[in-house]
Design a protein around this ligand. Structure first.
Ligand code: GLA
Length: 367
């Protein structure tokens, strides 16, 4: 964060003191013995291992697990446009600063997430003071200001950005018909990659999406990225989110997507890995009274097998895969506890609700 040295140093120092204290205190109470081997050491010769974090993970037991097991972090929410730039003339830096300060004090890399997305994006991006939809040129001006400001602030801290998130449709149409798309068509996608590259020519720029191992969506992503590359747009990698589940994960499809994307000469990162113990569902709903949300031995066994298959494939493609990030730290807290079913506990990660390694963890580190 070269542009704001005094602020960043004072914030970093405060956080370091806080973390030293909380790490020592909670280490004493919760987890005095580090779990070995660690994910980050086991995979040091393969790819960095990351986790997404919210502010609460930067202190207490999660912070211990993070510093022991992971070599990279991603802000789960606080670098998204809504939280970091809630009003056209106001930025909220404190939580994103805390993430980069934590990473610096624990020698971790930071993936930035995300510069342009149709979700968690404030209305001001699309509307003028009268509430009218703005022109395409005005949209580009606003995106450029946002991207220049955020990327510049974290230059030197964030080595890779998810520049564009989830623009490909899951349905018949090619592109998602988002507010961004309605204003500019597909043209904005190239623009935001260019803005990010201008802001930090050293940063690695990713296109990030889910359902990337679905054959139809894989092909659309491939075509879109190829078209952009052919035009000379700066893209360095594809982020495969990796929100999979124990019922429908396909090793064959994972392999096919890695090969297809790598054929573009790009690096690949798994950016949001978690393995739900429920089948996928469209639409959101509340938990039904008769719904069992226990982590049964059968689900546990299936999850071990899926994690085993995934990491076997990822290790095979270590030449093109440069990072694997889990979406959240442990089963203590996962966004899947409330998505797509509110209040239904999920168990998608390698550490349990007490931050202890699950059997799947040992499957992943013992190979
Ligand atoms: C998508 C986004 C992430 C996050 C998850 C749910 O995958 O890319 O930022 O919002 O959904 O946590």
């Amino acid at each position: 964060m070269k542009t704001f040295p005094s602020k960043s140093i004072s914030y970093g120092v405060l956080l370091l003191i806080f973390n030293c204290f909380s790490t020592t205190a909670s280490g004493f109470f919760f987890q005095s013995q580090p779990v070995t081997p660690t994910l980050k050491d086991t995979y040091a010769e393969y790819f960095t291992i990351g986790a997404s974090v919210g502010p609460r993970s930067l202190s207490g037991p999660d912070s211990i697990l993070l510093s022991q097991q992971f070599s990279s972090i991603t802000a789960e929410n606080v670098m998204k446009m809504g939280p970091i730039h809630p009003e056209i003339d106001r930025y909220e830096w404190q939580w994103a600063d805390a993430v980069t300060a934590f990473a610096r004090s624990h020698h971790m890399k930071v993936r930035g997430h995300t510069l342009c997305w149709h979700n968690q994006t404030p209305d001001w991006l699309y509307k003028d003071a009268e509430g009218q939809t703005i022109s395409k040129d005005e949209l580009y001006q606003r995106l450029k200001e946002h991207i220049y400001t955020v990327v510049n602030r974290y230059k030197g801290d964030v080595y890779a950005w998810d520049v564009v998130n989830e623009v490909i449709s899951d349905g018949e149409e090619f592109f998602r018909n988002s507010d961004l798309y309605k204003i500019s068509g597909e043209e904005y996608i190239a623009k935001v990659f260019q803005f990010a590259h201008e802001a930090d020519p050293d940063a690695l720029l990713f296109y990030n999406d889910y359902n990337t191992i679905n054959p139809q969506k894989r092909e659309k992503i491939y075509q879109m990225v190829k078209t952009l590359l052919d035009k000379g747009i700066p893209i360095h990698g594809i982020g495969m989110q990796g929100h999979w589940n124990i019922y429908s994960f396909s090793e064959e499809n994972l392999r096919a997507s890695i090969e297809r994307f790598a054929s573009l000469g790009l690096q690949i990162q798994i950016t949001e890995l978690d393995i739900s113990v429920y089948p996928s569902e469209s639409g959101r709903r509340s938990k039904r009274d008769d719904e069992n949300d226990q982590f049964t031995p059968a689900k546990e066994q299936k999850q071990i097998e899926v994690y085993d298959q995934i990491f076997k494939v990822l290790r095979e493609y270590k030449d093109v895969i440069t990072s694997v990030t889990f979406w959240n730290v442990s089963d203590r807290h996962s966004w899947l506890d409330n998505f797509p079913v509110r209040g239904r506990k999920n168990y998608p990660l390698l550490f349990d609700e007490e931050n202890q390694p699950k059997k799947a963890f040992y499957e992943v580190v013992n190979f």
